[in-house]
Design a protein around this ligand. Structure first.
Ligand SMILES: [Zn+2]
Length: 302
């Protein structure tokens, strides 16, 4: 915004965002209308074809969001057509290189989803449990966070206990000393990373292990997270502040495996990533760039 500030914007040399921002004229069709019919993936396919035809990049992020959109509306497993369109948007790149062999000779490939989805049968308004608690509740899709403020009187365990009677909560998570606690219906599981795996005590049935423990721990250690993190139970979505939800469709964000576990496929890359958090350091290493210290060490993850 020139009137307020003039600073350089750092980003890729080439960038395409729904025709709202286009660094090059590619002849790609209009993406902003007809999304339910797959206009965004079709746009990505056209731009991708243009880029591959010119070998116009070192590193390409080819993002196809239409399946997520369709699955939110109709529910997971009910959007086969959208999946076929996503497939076609990937194949457009392969064809532009002259076929799979030619494509893989030129590029290494990391293929992944950023999350799964599960079906939504009921919505819950999380903030109704905290009306007099002096906290800020942020909820969206299948996760919610509760932030303490200067007006919060209860400790975080007491805030978590407000959700004991809410059947829509799979787990209320918080940190206490150097341990994480998952709480549901008054039962608690304590856990923390140990020399090999996890040290746990309490009700081990509260979270599927060990993957959910790892995801819960990472979320709680995020400096931007609320003191209380809430994961929704099966079939439940937390309405956002405007009351919107994907009732009757699909959603994601909870610790459930179907929300959180994704396919990962690599071609032409030696390491085997076991989490999407491995992908950024893997791509940097591929180009001979030292990954920053905050990225997960691949050797550690293997
Ligand atoms: Zn989504």
């Amino acid at each position: 915004m020139p009137a307020f500030t003039r600073r350089p914007a750092f980003g890729p040399k080439r960038f395409f965002f729904f025709n709202l921002f286009e660094s090059d004229v590619t002849g790609a069709p209009l993406a902003v209308f007809g999304r339910s019919a797959g206009s965004v993936d079709a746009y990505a396919a056209a731009v991708g074809r243009w880029l591959v035809t010119r070998d116009g990049f070192d590193f390409l992020v080819h993002y196809l969001p239409d399946y997520d959109f369709a699955s939110h509306a109709a529910g997971p497993g009910a959007s086969e057509q959208a999946l076929q369109r996503s497939d076609a948007a990937i194949w457009a790149l392969v064809e532009a290189a002259g076929g799979p062999d030619e494509f893989l000779e030129r590029y290494a490939v990391l293929l992944c989803a950023d999350h799964g989805q599960t079906r939504i049968d009921r919505k819950v308004r999380l903030e109704e449990r905290f009306l007099d608690a002096g906290v800020i509740v942020t909820a969206s899709n299948r996760a919610g966070m509760v932030y303490r403020t200067g007006k919060t009187r209860e400790d975080t365990r007491e805030l978590a206990a407000r959700l004991d009677a809410e059947a829509g909560v799979e787990a209320a998570l918080f940190l206490e000393a150097n341990e994480a606690i998952a709480r549901r219906a008054g039962e608690e599981l304590r856990f923390a990373p140990a020399a090999s795996g996890w040290a746990t005590s309490g009700d081990l049935t509260l979270l599927p292990q060990p993957d959910a423990l790892e995801r819960a721990w990472a979320a709680l250690r995020n400096p931007n997270a609320g003191e209380l993190i809430v994961s929704a139970a099966e079939g439940i979505e937390f309405a956002d502040l405007a009351g919107r939800s994907h009732l009757g469709g699909g959603s994601h964000g909870a610790l459930a495996a179907a929300d959180s576990e994704v396919p990962l496929l690599t071609v032409g890359i030696d390491a085997a990533p076991r989490s999407i958090t491995d992908l950024a350091p893997l791509a940097l290493e591929h180009f001979g760039v030292e990954p920053p210290a905050y990225t997960r060490a691949l050797a550690h993850a293997a």
